[in-house]
Each structure stands twice: as C-alpha cells, then as structure tokens.
Design a protein around this ligand. Structure first.
Ligand SMILES: Nc1nc2c(ncn2[C@@H]2O[C@@H]3COP(=O)(O)O[C@H]4[C@@H](O)[C@H](n5cnc6c(=O)[nH]c(N)nc65)O[C@@H]4COP(=O)(O)O[C@H]3[C@H]2O)c(=O)[nH]1
Length: 726
C-alpha cells in the first residue's frame, strides 16, 4: 500500500499508532496494519492493488489469494463459494460492479453490510478514488448487530407478552397523562381513547370517587417512587365495569431528569369477582344474604369491645320461627326457602342500617342491637321495643309461591356490655330466652333475665294502661300553691296525677319517664296545657284568683314539636285564657338541645305574654351565657338546696348566689320544697320573694272544691303553720 494513498485517508489510524507514526517509529504501511478496519484498494480495472493486515483476519481471506493482486471478481467468487455471500455469484458480481460504478458517478460512498459464513457481521463502505479505482473499508459491526438483534428479540418478546397476557403496557408524561397504551386488552376493550391525554385520576373510577381516594398513588408519584397493584374500577365503552390493577415506576433520562412513568395495567376483574364470591360464601348466608354464624360471631365480639368503651348496652335477639317445620313439610322446601328469604328481608327492614342481622342456620335468626343506652333498664326497654317490632314484622302473613303462609316468631333477648362473657355465652342466653318465649305460648318476646323481664313487662303494662288512662279520663291536674313573702297565694304549679283504677293515685315520677320514651308525653302534655288554660279561664272570672298564674311543666319532646307554638296558642284561644297568667316551666337539660330553636320558640311564646320559669335550678348545666339569651322571668331553686339550707352552709351559699344572680338578671326566684317555717324565714331573710312547698300546701286537685271565690288561699290548698307577716 503506498504512502501517498494513505495520506488521503486521514483519521483512520488509532491515536497510538498515529502518535507512533508522527514520531517516525512506524511506516504508514505498518500503521495501516494496526487499523482495526480492513482496507482494500482496487484499481480502475478491478484489481486488488493494496490491503492491510485486518483484511486477512476480518474478511478471513487467504493471504496467497490477496498477495496475487486478484481481480475483485475472483475474490467475490471465492467468498461466495465459501458461503460468505448468499445467492448466484454472477448476479452478485453484477451488483458489485454496479455499485462500484455508481460511487464513481455519484461521488457518494456506498455502504452495505453482510454476515460471513463464520458469523461475523461486517459493514463495508466503498469510496471512489479521484484518479479512478476504489477503496473499500470494512468494519466489524458484529457486536452492534448482535445488540440490534437482541433489541429486536426483546421488542418481539414484549409484543408477545402484551399480546398474549392480560397485562398491558402504559406510559405517562411528567404530568401523569397517558401517552402510550399497548397490548391486546387495550385493543380489544378499546381502552386507549378513554385514557390517552388524560391522567388516571381524571377518569371516573366508581371505587375512587373522591380525590383523597387517589392519595396512595399520588403520594408515590409525587415522591417519584414505584407503585404496585393500585386497584381502580373502570366503566369501559362496552358499558361494563372492570377492575384494573396498575403498577408503575418512574422513568429518568440519561441526565437523571424525570420524564414520566411507565408500567403495566392488569385486568383483575375475574379475581375481584372471585374474591367477592369467596367473601359472600365465607361471611354470608347463601340463601338469605344475611351474615352467617361466623361473621355474626365476629360482630358480637366487636360489639363487646365497643360497648366496653362506650359504656352503652347492646342486645342480642335470638329469633326462631314457631311453625317453620310444618310449613316446610306441607308446602315443600322451595316454599320454605322463599319464606326464610322473606323473613330475612323483613328483619333487615325493621332495624337500623347499622344493626346486624344474621342467620345461624335453619329457621334461626339473630339480630344485634348496639348503643342502646348506658342505663340497663332503658336499654332493655329499647331492645324490647325493637324485638316487638321484629315480632310484628315477622308474624304478618306472606304470600310465597301463591301460598298464604304465616310463621310467628319466638324471640329471646339478652343484654350485654363489655367483654366478660364469651360470644357462645351470649348466644346461649338469648337462645334460652327464646325457649322461654316458646314456653310462654310462642309468638312472644322474652328476656333472659327474669327480673328484667318482669320490669319490662311492668313497663309495657304501664304504657298500655297510661294510653287507656288518657283516653278514659284517668288523668287529673293537681295544683300546688306558690306564695309570696306574706304567704299569700299568687299562683300554682300544675302537677299531673293519674288515678289508676287499681293502683290508685300514681305519682308522675313513675309514669312521665315512660310517657317520654314512648311519645305518649305529646298527647298528655297537650291535655295538660288545655286543662291548665281552662283553669286559668275559670280563675279569671273570680276576682280573688284573677291575678294568679298557673305554671305548667314542659317536656323536651313537646318543645321539639315544630307546631308547639301554635298548639299553645290554640289551647289559650280555645279556653279564652290570658297568656300573661300562663307560665311554662323548663328544665335545664331541656335547654341543651338545639338551643337556637328553643330560643326562637320561647321568644315567639314570650311575645304572646307567656312567662318562662327555669325549674330545678342549680342541678343542671346552666351557663350564664345562654341564661342571658333566654326570655326567662323566673328561676326555681331546686328543693334539694332548700332541704338542707339550715344545716349545710354550702347549700345556703348556693341559694344566696342564685338569689344574687337572679337579681342581676332581673328574674324572680321561687324557692321549691319549703317544708318548714324556719326554711321560709331564712329564705325570706336571704331576699327570696316566692315560695312553694308542703309548708304552704300540698298538691291538690285543681277542680273547684267549693264555689268560686270562697277560698282565699286557693283550691284544696292547706296552709300548714302560721305564715309570718311580710
Ligand atoms: N319533698 C317535697 N316535695 C315537694 C314539696 N313541694 C312540692 N313537692 C313536689 O315537688 C315536685 C315539684 O315539681 P317538679 O320539680 O316540677 O317535678 C315534677 C315534674 O318534673 C314532673 N311533672 C309533674 N307534672 C307534669 C306535667 O304535667 N308535665 C310534665 N312534663 N312533667 C310533670 O313530675 C315531677 C314530680 O311531680 P310531683 O310528684 O307532683 O312532685 C312535685 C311536688 O309534689 C315539698 O315541700 N317537699
């Protein structure tokens, strides 16, 4: 190879060889032999007139062939015979010459590649020389070719994966918008149009309706962390709902700049459905869809823990259908199943959403009631109330498969609080109580605890009798005088009495709480108001009593009635009573509920001239801030403070403070429960101006015992002891 020619090919030698050449230690020919590229020089006729050492190693051509200065045709034929070049040698040669000439006319190098029989991939480049002839440079690109092939393989494998599996591939940009979605599922379900250009959290997902439902994913993305199996429910264009699980990882470019996310999506709908089925089978009764024994027991354990925390009683009702076996035998299993489903449905509808209904098997149902009350008796009362509702719901006839069926229930109840008993204990007690119901004649509700049962029955009886009592005129209005500093009657407090046909006079403390719980207090309260207004109207006609006031006790439920103001107005109007003579007594606890509504109602009534007294003052939660906002005219000092006034300096101090407070708020004070002349005296000395108590008169009927005007101190009022002059 001539040095002249080499001079036209600068930059082909390695840097080390170049350096050596410059230092004159290597001839250019030697230098070329150091080249990793193979170099062949061809003259204008096609003879090989030069080559370097790499030709022998890279093209694997024998030296004796090359040293002869063969025609290019000869070399090509030799290569074809060895298997380096595929195809007919004559055609190959025509192509070789075509390209050689083409480089000469175009002046552009011709680049091509081929793989030798030994598997080496060479890239050849033919350059036309200015004076005719060519130089051919060969580079070993085997590694590059292998990398390309591997890439093609990998790409093909990736395609197979996304084509054959339920997974698909996705990419997001830096904002989390889908830029690429690939895979069979994507195509078949037509997913791409729904997502491309949108962020996952911008596309509706039924299981993640609120932005905070996406927090776990967004947190990972904000921290540029990978995420796995993020499950999203999607409604696709085919109208069906699918479950997808997304896994992804952040992508960074060569400079470490975040460029987005990529990952896979997976259709996990089938798995979700299977899970739901498994859960249904594991925790729910297949026939009715109610909880099965296992999940019910779990819930009882939870209820025990929560009752221990809250202090509220819970109840377990055990329900057994009395004649289910007969129905099953007579009408067949299908009808029996239908009946059980119907009963399950009725049970569900009869309780609150948070109450748990279960089926233990056969015709045995259970209902768990939580947060009943802190007081055991009240809790029992509520449980009894619900159980009675369940009994009534179940005993109604049902039409199943055209048959009129009726299955009455026997219900057993047990109360529990805390974690001392096992679930089996609790279930066992309720079961036993259920047998008591059966023994008592079926279609009944019974408590496990006989004493509790007795109290509940007593209460239920009381409630029933009270309803009848109201209807049959057994309620009476008594009055207790309220006197001034001269012990002169200036008004009364109306006190309710129930003249029971068997038990005689029943005090209000016994029946008012039951009336409150059952709602009977509303018609009773209404009756009291009407009676009180009638009494006021009668007093108005008697000059000796025309100035008296009559105070009526109000219950919280009455005040919560939206039409309460109207009902008072109507009672006054119907009787023709003067509203200024009517006082309404409220207790402090009553004021705690919905203060704004209470104030609005009180102000409306005060506008009519009605006065308000706060009963049992000192025992409740009065806060001065709301006392000032209420249109109150009177505070009644609770009798517990009056009782020990003479002996307990604390009580004396409390009474003094209440009197001062009332003075500053410009309110009257009534001292309740004054039983002795001494108490009266001390209270007067303290500045109290109004008094009520046995010392001045016990509650007595508000009916005129004598013709009007004959008793200056009021009806049925006995003044006990001498009233000192003011
Ligand atoms: N130891 C003692 N007691 C005295 C003395 N003076 C009066 N009492 C009693 O104290 C109670 C005063 O009524 P209250 O604090 O409003 O307490 C009343 C009131 O909260 C309620 N109540 C009575 N009638 C009605 C009504 O018509 N509606 C409503 N919602 N509650 C009523 O029942 C509660 C009890 O009423 P009663 O049994 O009539 O009991 C009355 C009365 O008999 C005394 O000197 N010593």
């Amino acid at each position: 190879m001539t040095d002249d020619f080499i001079a036209t090919l600068p930059g082909m030698a390695s840097a080390a060889a170049d350096e050596a050449a410059r230092a004159g230690r290597l001839s250019v020919a030697e230098l070329l032999d150091h080249l990793q590229h193979a170099l062949v020089v061809i003259d204008a006729q096609g003879h090989i007139i030069g080559y370097n050492a790499s030709v022998l190693t890279l093209l694997e051509l024998p030296e004796d062939l090359m040293a002869r200065g063969p025609l290019i045709d000869e070399v090509v034929r030799w290569q074809a015979a060895r298997g380096d070049l595929k195809g007919d040698p004559e055609r190959l040669l025509r192509r070789v010459w075509h390209h050689l000439r083409a480089t000469q006319t175009s002046g552009q190098p011709h680049v091509y590649s081929y793989t030798t029989a030994s598997g080496r991939t060479l890239q050849g480049s033919t350059i036309a020389l200015p004076g005719g002839g060519w130089v051919r440079i060969y580079t070993d690109v085997s590694k590059h070719a292998q990398a390309l092939a591997a890439l093609r393989d990998s790409e093909a494998r990736f395609r197979s994966l996304t084509e054959l599996s339920a997974d698909w591939y996705w990419e997001w940009d830096t904002e989390g918008r889908y830029t690429r979605l690939e895979g069979r599922v994507v195509r078949e379900r037509d997913i791409a149009p729904l997502f491309i250009g949108r962020r996952p959290w911008d596309v509706p997902a039924p299981n993640r309706p609120r932005p905070e439902d996406w927090r776990p994913l967004l947190d990972a993305v904000e921290r540029r962390e990978p995420f796995r199996h993020f499950e999203v429910q999607r409604v696709l264009p085919d109208g069906r709902t699918y479950w997808f699980a997304l896994s992804g990882e952040p992508v960074f470019d060569a400079h470490g700049t975040f460029v987005g996310y990529r990952g896979i999506g997976r259709d996990v709908t089938a798995r979700k459905q299977a899970e739901a089925t498994i859960e249904r089978l594991a925790y729910y009764d297949g026939l009715t869809g109610l909880c099965n024994r296992r999940s019910f027991q779990d819930r009882v354990v939870q209820a025990q823990a929560s009752s221990a925390r809250s202090g509220q009683w819970a109840a377990l009702c055990f329900i057994d259908l009395d004649n289910f076996k007969d129905i099953n035998d007579a009408f067949g299993h299908a009808a029996g199943d239908g009946l059980l489903r119907e009963m399950a449905q009725r049970l569900r509808e009869s309780v609150r959403a948070e109450d748990m209904v279960g089926r233990l098997g056969g015709d045995e149902f259970v209902v768990l009631l939580e947060d009943l009350r802190e007081d055991e008796e009240q809790a029992a009362w509520r449980a009894q109330h619900v159980a009675e509702k369940l009994r009534q719901a179940l005993e109604r006839p049902a039409v199943i498969d055209g048959h009129d069926l009726q299955a009455t229930p026997s219900i057993g109840i047990t109360l529990f609080r805390g974690q001392t008993d096992t679930v089996e204990d609790i279930l066992g007690r309720a079961d036993l109580a259920m047998y008591h119901s059966k023994a008592a004649g079926r279609n009944a509700v019974r408590f496990f605890d006989p004493a509790m049962q007795a109290r509940v029955v007593q209460r239920a009886t009381l409630q029933r009798e009270l309803r009848h009592g109201l209807r049959d005129g057994e309620l009476l209005l008594f009055g207790q005088p309220i006197v001034d500093v001269r012990a002169q009657v200036c008004g009364h407090e109306a006190l309710l009495r129930w003249r029971h046909p068997v038990r005689g006079m029943v005090p209000p403390a016994e029946f008012i709480p039951v009336a409150e719980q059952t709602g009977l207090i509303l018609p009773i309260g209404q009756w009291v108001l009407r009676e009180a207004c009638r009494v006021l109207a009668r007093w108005a006609a008697d000059p000796a009593r025309a100035g008296w006031t009559l105070a009526v006790n109000l219950s919280a439920r009455q005040l919560r009635q939206p039409d309460f103001v109207d009902s008072v107005r109507q009672a006054l109007h119907a009787a023709g009573a003067d509203p200024r003579r009517l006082k309404l007594e409220l207790t402090e606890s009553l004021l705690l509920h919905d203060v704004e509504d209470t104030i609005a109602k009180m102000e409306a009534l005060a506008g009519l001239g009605i006065q308000f007294a706060l009963d049992d003052f000192g025992t409740g939660y009065s806060s001065l801030s709301y006392l000032k906002r209420l249109p109150l005219t009177q505070l009644k000092i609770d009798r517990s403070f009056v009782r020990d006034l003479l002996t307990d300096p604390n009580d004396a101090a409390i009474v003094c403070t209440i009197l001062q407070l009332a003075q500053s708020l410009e309110m009257e004070v009534v001292a309740e429960g004054v039983e002795t002349a001494e108490q009266f005296e001390v209270l007067r000395a303290m500045g109290c101006r109004l008094f009520q108590g046995y010392h001045f008169g016990r509650p007595a009927p508000l009916e005129p015992a004598q013709p009007l005007g004959e008793t200056p101190t009021g009806f049925g009022v006995t003044i006990i002891g001498a009233a000192p002059p003011a």
